[in-house]
Write a protein that binds this ligand. Structure first.
Ligand code: CA
Length: 423
């Protein structure tokens, strides 16, 4: 049976509302108090399956790559390539099936390899080699252009021709749950004559999906659509924290620098491209037609629901402030990757590409506070009379994302971050 087969069942109990049914099997890196060395596992229902244990017991055959899961990052496994990714996912799926006795009937092994998720600590799942951030939602670029440029002509002339991006920082990509310290920087509101240095006053989030690159490309080589797709290992939720006031002063003429460099949070589970296969669809029609090297033959977008919730201090529960969908993206992840390599730029195993803020056509689908509060002019109202234009200390942001199947979902879990004061 194919690991995406809707008929699959596991001997591990999985609630239909769980993000992690047997058809998902996302990879993460975890440790336990008994066994503090981080290693690779997959999520199944409310459990984590320890792949390092299964490998050492000979239940997963990786040949010369034996031991690849007993590492604190998934990079070495990703380097083995798409064929091994696929074979391994198929084997893990087999081991978790309701009608396979190998793990199901081995109580001693199950006790070592199948761990309750609330008893593990999740770590950053990959060693991030490079982080690039794109700007590929037409609705987001239009909103920002309308606010800061020209209502009648919000998109810059290059936007419909190039997947716009910039090279960000890999050093400050952190896993969900990591506190985010309010950044400091140069601030110069339009009304001030000279800049000052101090804590950011317009701190924001950006709802994005991160693409995890699992195969390298050589310096000087261009990629075809098929080659680029085959290099994509999987996807994470990504919060590209942004300091709007620092950005406003620094971004001319070279683009964002410190405004985006202080933190980027990702979800701990990497959902594989293969698990998302049933949810592919064509993106919006591209007009004008992109240049030949960017043209797509396949559906490279995904029907993926996304939700952002904010919990301010004093609120009993997080309140949803945005619900949208990844399918609206104008430039696909494949086009971003093709463009990234087009100059001759080499890509590495472990590179992370941010999609860019994901906004949809409706007001409730705006993927940043900048847009939701329309640059602070329409503060969002939260339960208990709390209002927000930008993030305050103690605020917690959480994203969820999932592809909805018939009676099951392929989900990402959560990426959460709480703002702490800069000093
Ligand atoms: Ca961004």
């Amino acid at each position: 049976m194919h690991p995406n087969d809707p008929g699959l069942r596991s001997f591990v109990d999985v609630d239909p509302s769980s993000d992690f049914p047997i058809r998902n099997l996302p990879y993460g890196v975890f440790s336990t108090s008994n066994s503090p060395a981080p290693r690779v596992g997959v999520a199944i229902g409310n459990h984590v399956l320890d792949l390092a244990v299964l490998d050492s017991e000979g239940l997963i055959d990786l040949g010369a790559a034996k031991g690849v899961f007993a590492q604190s990052a998934i990079n070495a496994f990703m380097a083995l390539g798409p064929k091994v990714w696929s074979q391994t996912r198929t084997r893990i799926s087999q081991l978790l099936r309701h009608d396979n006795a190998e793990l199901r009937d081995n109580a001693a092994l199950r006790k070592r390899a199948l761990l309750p998720r609330d008893q593990v600590t999740l770590h950053l799942p990959l060693e991030v080699k490079g982080f690039t951030d794109f700007y590929s939602s037409k609705e987001h670029a239009t909103n920002v252009g309308t606010m800061f440029r020209d209502k009648t002509n919000p998109l810059l002339p290059n936007w419909l021709h190039i997947p716009i991006g910039y090279n960000g920082r890999a050093s400050t990509v952190v896993v969900s749950g990591t506190k985010v310290k309010r950044p400091r920087g140069q601030l110069k509101p339009p009304s001030a004559e000279l800049p000052t240095f101090g804590p950011c006053k317009r701190l924001d989030f950006e709802l994005e999906i991160g693409v995890v690159i699992g195969q390298p490309s050589a310096m000087g080589e261009m990629l075809t659509e098929a080659q680029a797709e085959a290099m994509i290992f999987g996807f994470v939720l990504l919060n590209d924290w942004s300091a709007r006031d620092i950005q406003q002063w620094e971004y001319v003429p070279l683009g964002p620098f410190q405004a985006k460099a202080f933190a980027t949070s990702i979800s701990p589970w990497i959902v594989t491209r293969e698990a998302l296969e049933p949810f592919r669809l064509h993106g919006p029609t591209q007009d004008p037609m992109p240049l030949p090297y960017l043209q797509q033959r396949q559906p490279n977008n995904y029907d993926m629901a996304l939700d952002v919730a904010l919990r301010a201090p004093g609120m009993a529960a997080p309140a949803s402030i945005c619900t949208t969908n990844f399918k609206y993206m104008y430039w696909s992840s494949v086009q971003q990757l093709v463009h990234h390599a087009s100059s001759g730029c080499a890509m590495n195993v472990g590179d992370l590409l941010g999609s860019g803020t994901i906004s949809g056509p409706e007001k409730h689908q705006r993927g940043s506070l900048l847009e939701i509060s329309w640059n602070g002019t329409e503060p969002v109202e939260l339960p208990g009379g709390i209002k927000r234009s930008f993030l305050e200390d103690g605020d917690s942001l959480s994203f969820h994302g999932w592809c909805q199947g018939n009676g099951y979902r392929i989900g990402f879990g959560e990426v959460e971050g709480t703002i702490v004061p800069s000093a």
